[in-house]
Design a protein around this ligand. Structure first.
Ligand SMILES: Nc1ncnc2c1ncn2[C@@H]1O[C@H](COP(=O)(O)OP(=O)(O)OP(=O)(O)O)[C@@H](O)[C@H]1O
Ligand SMILES: [Mg+2]
Length: 509
């Protein structure tokens, strides 16, 4: 981003090879970066310690005296946020892995391709700027306050909490329904933890994961010799769980024959082991869950109606995450804090732009998908903050950013990317105006023309199939760029930030 009043970015080049320092400095100063040099790892570290910290460091891996990897570790211990690009003449997987493991932002291979060095520099500096924009991020929650693990302040979740509170005092059977990943099991555990059965067992049985011919033995146990393979007597989950709580997960997948026996437990509090004749009394609270439409199953007679009514005494409907927009930031913070506690990551922040993308995503896989996305982003984040570029492609819409901004990879500011995306999710017209206003005021580089064409077309072809829409936009953009350049494929490709071959492929596809 070009703010004429701003100081030029500072870059420190650490290499013991004079020629490399010279040529790299020349490439970088050609773009008005302020370059300082150090001729050894030791000297570089001294400069970093003395400050002020450069915006970016290029660091050679192989140097006489202290090597680059060691220097990198020193530098990062002085300033954990320092962005460092390693330079290596030996492009092996080993060096690349080492470099990234010790927190390098990226690495380049010698001899350099000046264009690559510059685009990498631009990218790194943009990350640096985005990182600063994250500033002092204030988490929306403190994970310690959620020892239950159930996060949520949306009205929909408040309703769920109310019902949990109401059912803990009794042994009433609870049926929890909702899409996959909405927290059905978590809620079942929460009911148990708050109930008077909290000191007794909680056993979860996944009815979908156990074959029909084994589930009865699993639930009710069996006598020795009752079937081939039953060499010893075995107690089932109901007996093991006496005075506890049993969670029958995916109950919609239970065979009708087994359903009959569950009904008997509910009505009489009794079970019989498979192959046995003895009637055994059990005192078990049942909580059931499913993501199937049980009412429909009752209608088609694949689920017993009498069992349905027995189970469905109290119903908790887990809201899908897309209806709980307010909860997303809290869940994100909760996941991040948990990852830190488990020492799986050191990421504690999310840029406002990345949070906006997360909040707008529809989350078909609900909280499980969100957990997964945060974990993946935290692992690849190069700083202590998750930025838009760290988010999984399926959440950002692959290629869309490049498409709309006309620049592959970096180039566009986070704010612009955000504005572009909101065009898809929200009102097209408003977002388009916002994005072009932004690119005007910020002086950002994406060609406004490209943006306008993109939004124009998005506007006209709003459909639900994101991938299809993206492909058709890409094709249309390519076509229009070609028309605008009077049929000059090279010029059109340049305008779109593509290679000529990529443009031609797009047109052909
Ligand atoms: N409100 C919440 N707060 C914090 N974490 C949650 C919340 N809801 C769900 N999770 C987490 O999301 C993941 C999925 O939750 P859970 O297994 O309870 O979902 P489910 O509805 O049983 O899914 P499925 O139908 O696929 O079995 C778990 O790791 C859980 O800890
Ligand atoms: Mg589950």
């Amino acid at each position: 981003m070009s703010d004429p009043a701003a100081k030029p970015p500072t870059i420190l080049v650490i290499d013991d090879d004079n020629e490399i320092r010279y040529s790299l400095s020349r490439v970088l100063t050609s773009r008005k970066y302020l370059v300082t040099e150090a001729a050894s790892g030791e000297q570089g570290i001294a400069m970093v310690k003395k400050g002020p910290a450069p915006d970016l460091i290029f660091l050679d891996v192989r140097m006489g005296g202290m090597g680059g990897i060691e220097a990198l570790q020193h530098i990062r211990s002085v300033n954990p946020k320092q962005l460092v690009v390693l330079m290596t003449a030996f492009g092996t997987a080993q060096t690349a892995i080492e470099a990234m493991k010790y927190g390098a932002f990226d690495y380049v291979m010698k001899p350099f391709d000046p264009a690559k060095v510059l685009s990498l520099t631009e990218n790194a500096l943009k990350t640096h700027a985005d990182m600063r924009a994250v500033g002092d991020y204030k988490p929306t929650i403190n994970a310690d306050d959620y020892r239950e693990g159930v996060v949520g302040s949306s009205p929909a979740m408040q309703e769920v909490f109310k019902v949990i509170g109401q059912v803990t005092a009794s042994d009433v059977t609870v049926m929890i329904t909702g899409e996959s990943g909405t927290g059905k099991e978590l809620v079942a555990r929460s009911i148990w933890k708050h109930s008077h059965r909290a000191t007794k067992a909680f056993i979860a049985v996944n009815c979908a994961a156990i074959p029909d011919n084994l589930i009865e033995s699993e639930l009710f146990g069996h006598e020795k010799g009752s079937f081939t393979g039953a060499t010893v007597q075995r107690l089932g989950k109901f007996e093991l769980c006496d005075r506890g709580t049993i969670f029958l997960d995916e109950i919609g997948d239970m065979a009708l024959a087994t359903q009959t026996k569950i009904l008997r437990v509910l009505q009489q509090g009794e079970i019989q082991r498979v192959g046995g004749t003895e009637t055994i009394r059990v005192d078990v609270r049942i909580i059931a869950a499913t993501n199937k439409d049980l009412e429909e199953m009752v209608r088609t007679k694949t689920f017993r109606e009498d069992l349905y009514y027995r189970l469905n005494v109290v119903r908790i409907r887990m809201p899908p995450l897309r209806d709980r927009g307010d909860d997303v930031p809290q869940l994100v913070d909760f996941c991040l804090q948990n990852l830190v506690k488990q020492k799986k990551s050191r990421v504690t922040k999310v840029s406002p732009e990345a949070m906006a993308v997360l909040t707008r995503h529809k989350w078909p896989g609900n909280v499980r998908e969100l957990e997964n996305a945060i974990y993946r982003s935290a692992v690849i984040a190069q700083t202590d903050a998750i930025l838009v570029k760290d988010l999984p492609a399926d959440i950002c819409g692959p290629g869309l950013v490049e498409l709309i901004t006309g620049t592959p990879g970096g180039g566009a500011s986070e704010a612009l990317i955000d504005a572009a995306r909101s065009a898809l999710a929200e009102s097209m017209a408003v977002a388009a105006a916002r994005a072009s206003a932004l690119s005007l005021t910020s002086g950002a580089n994406p060609p406004i023309l490209t943006l306008e064409i993109a939004f124009d077309f998005l506007y006209a072809s709003l459909s639900n199939d994101g991938e299809l829409m993206q492909r058709s936009i890409e094709r249309e953009l390519a076509r229009r760029a070609l028309v605008a350049s009077g049929g000059d494929a090279s010029a059109a490709a340049k305008h779109l930030g593509l290679t000529k071959a990529a443009l031609e492929k797009r047109l052909k596809d």
